[in-house]
Ligand binder design. Structure first.
Ligand code: FAD
Length: 267
């Protein structure tokens, strides 16, 4: 297997991390569960004690049209998929114009906005352990039970790229800060909003070091410059503590925390 050195302070959307030698997965047989597989690190916070990391190789960056099916490699970036669908007048991928990530990460997280989710038009996935039809996968709000690297995903192919939907998603995203972040910090608890709860316990705009619960949207933990993993963890824990004390609600992290000290904790 080959390795690649990645500077996570550059690579990750939250701009935190160090240089790490990452394994590249070329063949399904390369995978062992001692490695943690990453996409483009838009939903991930890398700690100072990360597990061994792996990325899909460039071989999995492709898009194919096959009759009524669109087949896309797991390492394909969302922007490339959105541009392809615009060019070929394909429906249902407008969401990806404004959603950062690679397809494997987007599917694993069942990424989306409100009722528009990546699973809506998905047919099947191919992982290192074989192919699974949508009906065989358990999925929900920012959740799937997929437990093997996603190499390829098939979707229903329908005509009709909708520019109005692109505008709608852009508008829906307009309340999100543009400062570096890893997207929403916590999942919305049933019937409530993580941002409202963080604001209600007085943490909107709260800073520790270079990290801050954004003044634009409190559920975005943003890096105002030189923010560290420890700064981020201090804010995450403080929010969870205050929200439990005041509302008896556990705020579950949507951000994935990759640090051996925290990976067995329910964060
Ligand atoms: C500014 C901003 C706004 C965002 N807005 C939204 C939003 O509105 N809605 C939303 O849903 N998300 C949002 N996100 C989060 C992010 O876009 C999604 O979670 C996306 O799916 C992350 O993809 P990634 O490739 O970066 O995954 P990573 O962060 O690299 O990984 C995320 C998870 O996916 C797993 N994974 C990655 N690749 C694979 C693979 N090939 N096979 C199996 N598992 C894999 C990883 O192991 C990890 O558990 C936002 C992020 C940012 C930075």
């Amino acid at each position: 297997m080959t390795t690649k050195t990645i500077d996570f302070a550059q690579y990750s959307s939250i701009k935190i991390g160090q240089k790490i030698d990452v394994m590249l997965l070329e063949e399904p047989s390369d995978f062992t569960d001692t490695y943690y597989l990453l996409g483009s690190c838009n939903n991930t916070l890398i700690g100072t004690q990360p597990p061994p990391l792996m990325l899909l190789s460039k071989k999995y960056n492709y898009i194919k049209i096959e009759d009524t099916v669109l087949t896309i490699g797991g390492a394909t970036p969302s922007g490339k998929i959105a541009s392809f669908c615009k060019k070929h007048d394909i429906a249902h991928f407008e969401l990806l114009s404004h959603l950062p990530g690679k397809l494997g990460g987007l599917v694993y997280m069942n990424a989306g906005l409100k009722e528009y989710e990546i699973f809506n038009h998905l047919l099947s996935i191919t992982t290192c352990q074989g192919t699974l039809k949508k009906e065989e996968i358990s999925y929900g709000y920012r959740f799937t039970d997929i437990n093997s690297p996603i190499l390829e995903v098939s979707f229903t192919l329908e005509k009709g790229f909708d520019k109005e939907k692109v505008a709608l998603f852009k508008k829906m995203r307009s309340n999100q800060p543009s400062t570096p972040s890893a997207g929403s910090c916590f999942k919305n608890p049933k019937g409530d909003y993580a941002g409202r709860l963080i604001e209600a316990v007085g943490l909107k705009g709260m800073r520790v070091g270079g990290m801050e619960f954004s003044t634009v949207h409190a559920n975005f933990l943003v890096n105002q410059g030189n923010g560290t993993f420890d700064d981020a963890m201090e804010l995450i824990k403080e929010a969870q503590k205050r929200v439990v004390e005041k509302f008896r609600i556990h705020l579950e992290c949507e951000i994935i925390i990759l640090d051996k000290r925290y990976m067995n904790e329910k964060l």
